[in-house]
Design a protein around this ligand. Structure first.
Ligand code: AQP
Length: 334
């Protein structure tokens, strides 16, 4: 049986990268009638220090972002991670399954810890184990994510396999990453070699879901590009990271293929393409941001939705965690 799980960190405002790489696809999976579980991973967010009031606010904003992007809390389970303790509990077991050597190879840790590794939190190092627990405590089979999460998902597969081998069981499923579409890696608007990220110090590098029409248009107009016209076919984007990024964004927002976009805009310069992209982005994104603003007027309702989602999540996760403890040899006497 197919069960989809995915999460997003409340570590800042949502970007166009989060929307195209994750949120938009979350709604599609749900609309296809698949069982979908979506989590605001607040325990992951604190692997780097978060101001408590900001974290609370970002969690509610992210919940509003999910709903405004089409995730329906009646059809999907939507909750924040810390309300279901099975995540943290299973992560401990996986801390004891995963090997230091496996985690030492994680490129996200190296990127985020930077030069001062001695000063990174233990949580940041163990992050992928918690992510494996997020997925496996639901026996999820499919995980839609952006390209940057591929290595972490491979680790979740390795953990599932090692656990099953260590205890001679066939308990945890080997998960399939779902990394598909034209926007699995939306790049920075200032640097075609860097992914668009909510924590990039330059606000010009990203489009935030809360940007208004003027800000969206201005950022796209100023996005870095080369001076050539757009090619007629996708092969012509080879070696043109910035041009490819803008075409990919257009294609993803318009639900078209890159070839279709180039059939329309090939031969034209950015003077024509950027305004078209800006109009499209404004048309697709501003309804989401106004819906987020509307939803955020009723914080109590958002908290109620997260609580109810957590109850439903707990009902799936707890029995799987109990079985895990039993397999490992923990006495369960109450
Ligand atoms: N640029 C991107 N293109 C496509 N997908 C992306 N995702 C993030 N950036 C892009 C996808 O969004 C989901 C949630 O990501 P996250 O918030 O849990 O973690 P992240 O990948 O660390 O996101 P950011 O925006 O880059 O945050 P910071 O700056 O805090 O590191 C994931 O499915 C991710 O693939």
């Amino acid at each position: 049986k197919t069960r989809v799980f995915s999460g997003i960190q409340p570590s800042g405002g949502l970007t166009l990268g989060n929307y195209l790489g994750a949120l938009k696809r979350f709604a599609v999976a749900q609309d296809n009638g698949i069982e979908t579980i979506y989590c605001i991973v607040d325990l992951h967010a604190i692997t780097v220090w978060q101001d408590p009031a900001t974290l609370r606010q970002a969690t509610r904003e992210l919940a509003a972002g999910f709903i405004a992007s089409g995730v329906d809390p009646a059809r999907s389970i939507l909750f924040n991670q810390s309300q279901v303790s099975a995540h943290a509990e299973l992560a401990w077991v996986f801390n004891c399954v995963a090997r230091m050597g496996w985690l030492n190879r994680m490129t996200q840790f190296k990127d985020k810890a930077g030069k001062n590794r001695e000063n990174a939190s233990v949580g940041l190092f163990a992050y992928p184990n918690l992510m494996a627990a997020d997925i496996l405590t639901y026996h999820a089979t499919h995980v839609p994510v952006g390209d940057d999460q591929k290595q972490h998902l491979e680790l979740a597969r390795d953990i599932a396999i090692k656990f099953n081998n260590d205890f001679g069981v066939n308990f945890f499923p080997v998960v399939e990453p779902v990394i598909e579409g034209v926007a699995t890696r939306v790049m920075s608007l200032r640097d075609g070699g860097k992914k668009m990220s909510k924590s990039d110090p330059s606000d010009q590098s990203r489009i935030n879901l809360t940007d208004d029409a003027d800000a969206i248009s201005q950022k796209i107009r100023k996005a870095r590009t080369d001076a050539d016209a757009l090619p007629d076919t996708p092969e012509g984007l080879e070696g043109r990271a910035e041009a490819r990024n803008l075409v990919n964004i257009y294609a993803a927002l318009a639900d078209k293929t890159v070839a279709e976009v180039l059939a329309e805009y090939g031969g034209q310069g950015f003077g024509a393409f950027k305004p078209a992209l800006a109009d499209l982005a404004v048309a697709k994104l501003t309804p989401i941001s106004s819906e987020m603003t509307r939803l955020l007027q009723d914080v109590a309702e958002i908290d109620r939705i997260l609580g109810e989602g957590a109850d439903r999540a707990e009902a799936i996760a707890r029995p799987i965690l109990e079985q895990t403890y039993d397999i490992v040899g923990m006495v369960r006497s109450r």
